[in-house]
Design a binder for this molecule. Structure first.
Ligand SMILES: [Zn+2]
Length: 655
């Protein structure tokens, strides 16, 4: 999903602030006051929580086993299911119908025999009676949507035999006549289906009409296996609209039949270039694959010319193959301008339309630079293609293909680097996004910060501590909340920004860059093409950094603890030999304490006390040896931390 920009969030915040009724606000302030007075007598404990649990108490994580080890790495018996797809799909622009037939090879690597299989029918979200429609989940983004009949199933077969099945909302259960054997049992499914693409924009896919024709962006479009895993068994949380996806890795062979005047881009590598491009385009494409510079495959002035499509009658079929991906998406249009460049063995492309915006001709280089940066900083992009598509969708990620919109340079790069960044989280490190959206959006937001800084030649700035501070005051829910249970403001602030800021604070304020980067790269490497849980992330980060971070995970991710560091008092010895500074931690969250002391002689020094300084007490005394009077003391002078009350961060000597 697109990253929600800071200014939009700030205006949302002021809106929400106005909307909070006064009594509620008073109650919140009173509750906050109570927290403070209790905190000063009972160090770092939260009222209402077991008194033996402080912020530093080790977390009660799931018991390690041979699948998920105590170090946070996958264990020797780690398993996951495979789902391979062969799909023939046709798009009929006149009826707006997408119809397909697919054969799924499902491999059960689990130790359990399976009596039935669950698949997702995501298009059913659009039905008037869907759970998502009823709870209004699809309001609030991307404009309105009109109900459709959802997925119309043709045949549903196991092998060659019609199967018994049931559809509940966005979930399809297929009963198996014979249980699917554990540890390698395979079953072939054969399904036919169709759905109608709604006229109005819908989340993550849809159409836009341009001067040279309609752009079709097609996603969440085929019946797909739900995940059966070691943590939850079948993952059957319905698709409600906000919570994204958790899918199996597999290989895809997809044949897409569209009108002859369309160009098609998709997840995977095009297998039949010679059948769908002209000789001129083939020559340009082959040059592009070896070129760092962008080569135009079909220019703006060529769109609509019959000579830019292979001669002949009737529709054309585009064949794509993709390996080890977690889903498949595609786009098709007669209006596409297409350009490309190469990066090592990877084909970087952009497909856009003339009025998409004047920065789209730079999109391929934006995509190329973003991928290059992520390769160098975190983990090498493993796929042979990456395509950026301009269409109705403002920002959505799929393996090897992203849907973006952006008018100015910063906007287009921002959304491009964000959506392609999702190829690391969750396309390679396969997150259960429906339960743990922060491990996808937040980790991605974090890596985007350095990507944007590099592209625009700027210093990487901390995500706004001010927003996290405001949010900490106003929210009662922690980051560790499933996406569908959050409103859009909460989603943006918690799953994207607060998580991104948290990793930045961990990297730049707590652990240091080298120590953090080693641990974060270890996490990505360990869990590439596997599915980590929050505990696996917490454990790996501690295991690889060598730091006890229970306090950070608890305060920042699992609870909604607020930070309030204060300077309480400065006692100057009468002979002006040294001074004692008294600090306090007045709320639940703890972080290292950084303060700047300015002396009467005009000199100053900045010191940092480790977070462990708060182990025994929420008071902290620091002695200064310098024999000069202290003029002032300021905590976090640079304003990096989300301190909820900055007024008590400063002490000044009365003259
Ligand atoms: Zn996103």
């Amino acid at each position: 999903m697109p990253r929600i920009r800071s200014h939009a969030l700030l205006s949302l915040l002021s809106f929400v602030a106005l909307a909070i009724s006064l009594p509620a606000q008073q109650r919140a302030e009173e509750a906050e006051g109570e927290t403070r007075s209790r905190a000063s007598s009972s160090p770092l404990r939260l009222p209402g929580v077991r008194p033996d649990i402080t912020i530093f108490t080790p977390l009660e994580l799931p018991t390690p086993n041979a699948l998920r080890t105590a170090s946070g790495a996958p264990g020797p018996e780690y398993w996951q299911q495979e789902a391979h797809y062969r799909i023939d799909v046709a798009l009929d622009p006149a009826t707006r119908e997408v119809s397909g037939r697919e054969r799924i090879t499902y491999v059960n690597h689990s130790p359990d025999a399976l009596d039935y299989l669950w698949l997702g029918l995501e298009q059913n979200l659009l039905r008037a009676d869907s759970l998502g429609t009823l709870i209004g989940a699809q309001r609030g983004v991307g404009g309105e949507s009109i109900p459709s009949e959802g997925v119309v199933l043709g045949h549903v077969r196991v092998g060659d035999v019609d199967a018994r099945y049931a559809v509940y909302d966005t979930q399809l259960r297929i009963e198996l006549a014979q249980p699917l054997a554990p540890k390698g049992g395979q079953v072939e499914l054969d399904l036919a289906w169709r759905f109608r693409v709604p006229e109005k924009v819908f989340r993550r896919y849809g159409t836009i009409d341009t001067k040279k024709g309609t752009v079709w962006e097609i996603a969440q479009w085929f019946p797909a296996m739900c995940v059966y895993d070691d943590v939850h068994g079948w993952n059957t949380w319905p698709y409600l609209g906000t919570g994204e996806f958790y899918t199996n890795f597999g290989n895809y062979e997809v044949a897409i039949t569209v009108p002859r005047d369309h160009l098609v881009v998709a997840t995977g590598v095009l297998q039949n270039e010679a059948e769908v491009y002209t000789p001129t385009q083939l020559e340009r494409l082959s040059r592009a694959k070896r070129s760092a510079e962008t080569i135009v495959i079909r220019g703006a002035d060529e769109v609509g010319e019959a000579s830019t499509r292979p001669s002949g009658d009737g529709p054309l079929t585009w064949r794509f193959q993709a390996e080890s991906v977690r889903t498949f998406a595609w786009a098709s249009s007669p209006a596409f301008i297409l350009d490309a460049a190469g990066l090592d063995d990877c084909l970087i492309q952009s497909a856009y339309y003339a009025e998409a915006g004047r920065f789209w001709p730079q999109s391929t280089q934006m995509l190329r630079k973003a991928i290059q940066g992520y390769n160098e900083r975190w983990f090498r992009y493993p796929y042979p293609a990456a395509t950026n598509v301009a269409g109705v969708e403002g920002g959505m990620e799929y393996p090897m293909i992203i849907f973006c919109r952006g008018g100015n340079e910063r906007g287009l790069f921002g959304v491009t680097t964000h959506e392609i960044g999702h190829n690391w989280f969750p396309m390679i490190v396969n997150t259960d996004e429906r339960r743990h959206a922060w491990m996808d959006e937040g980790f991605n937001t974090f890596i985007n910060i350095y990507s944007e800084a590099e592209y625009f030649g700027e210093e990487a700035k901390l995500e706004s501590a001010e927003e996290a501070r405001l949010y900490a005051i106003k929210s009662l829910v922690p980051i560790a909340t499933p996406a569908d249970r959050l409103d859009m403001m909460q989603l943006g602030l918690l799953q994207y920004q607060k998580t991104g800021l948290g990793l930045q604070i961990l990297r730049e304020y707590v652990l240091g860059k080298e120590r953090f980067d080693f641990a974060f790269r270890t996490y990505i490497r360990r869990w590439a093409w596997k599915s980590p849980r929050p505990a696996d992330f917490f454990r790996t980060m501690e295991d690889a950094s060598g730091a006890d971070l229970a306090w950070f995970w608890r305060g920042w991710f699992l609870e909604n603890a607020t930070l309030d560091q204060a300077v309480e008092d400065v006692t100057q010895a009468s002979d002006r030999r040294g001074a004692r500074l008294r600090f306090a931690n007045r709320s639940r969250m703890v972080l290292p304490l950084e303060f700047t002391v300015t002396y009467a002689d005009g000199t100053s020094e900045t010191r940092k006390m480790p977070v462990e300084s708060w182990f025994r007490s929420d008071r902290l005394d620091v002695r200064l040896d310098k024999k000069v009077a202290v003029q002032s003391v300021e905590i976090d002078a640079a304003g990096k931390l989300p301190d909820v009350d900055r007024k008590n961060n400063t002490w000044k000597r009365d003259e």
